[in-house]
Design a binder for this molecule. Sequence first.
Ligand SMILES: Nc1nc2c(ncn2[C@@H]2O[C@H](COP(=O)(O)OP(=O)(O)O)[C@@H](O)[C@H]2O)c(=O)[nH]1
Ligand SMILES: [Mg+2]
Length: 246
Amino acid sequence: MRVLVVVPTYDERDNLLPIAARLHAAVPEAHLLVVDDGSPDGTGEVADGLAAREPWAHVLHRTEKAGLGAAYVAGFAWAREHDYDVVVEMDADGSHAPEELPRLLDALAGADVVLGSRWVPGGRVQNWPRWREALSRGGNAWTRTALGLPLADATGGFRAYRRHVLDALPLDDVHSQGYCFQVDLVWQAWRAGHRVVEVPITFVERVRGESKMSRAIVVEALWRVTWWGVTSRRSRDRLPTGAGRP
Ligand SMILES: Nc1nc2c(ncn2[C@@H]2O[C@H](COP(=O)(O)OP(=O)(O)O)[C@@H](O)[C@H]2O)c(=O)[nH]1
Ligand SMILES: [Mg+2]
């Protein structure tokens, strides 16, 4: 099983090498793809240095900050071109512990998509302010209500997909830019009939660098999820496997 861990970066210079080292120690056979959006702090050059030293590390440079969604779509296309079997999403800031990745990969034995979940029993968050936890719990509650998606944590960004799931999704047609990209993808995968499983994780808030979460990202997520809910209300039931988006 060839595994590619896609890590989007924007101004993560001090975080990238530690997380890459932890990943390689935890899952030595996995490859890393850093998708950097021209970070002003030089993260792209740090990634180039890593890729020059390590055969398991790769870099995709993009010219401007275009959001998490676009970075992942580019990373997934690269995974497809290079024929990986499993594609993992993971943040660069240490919030997602690579030491927990083997558990996610193990769960793929009985699933097509495995979500690292903060809000199932056994999952938790360390060092988040109360407003951030309320936003995540509230966002997930709204996602369940609006979309009928039976998941505790559809907004998280630590997850593993079997490649065939991504191959079947119309990635060129994904317009979600910010963090609602996560909801978009898992909702489409679930509707297409793929098996989605949640595995508890401990999410640790970053200690270095700054969060890119913004009001614009929250607003985009709210209107998109609401819009998807309204436009799909009459066809909420899951589609047979392989069917496209509504
Ligand atoms: N390439 C790219 N990466 C991004 C962008 N926005 C956020 N990221 C990365 O996505 C991951 C999660 O972002 P973060 O700011 O930690 O969000 P938070 O954990 O929700 O506060 C980090 O690795 C960021 O560097 C973007 O526009 N482009
Ligand atoms: Mg973070």
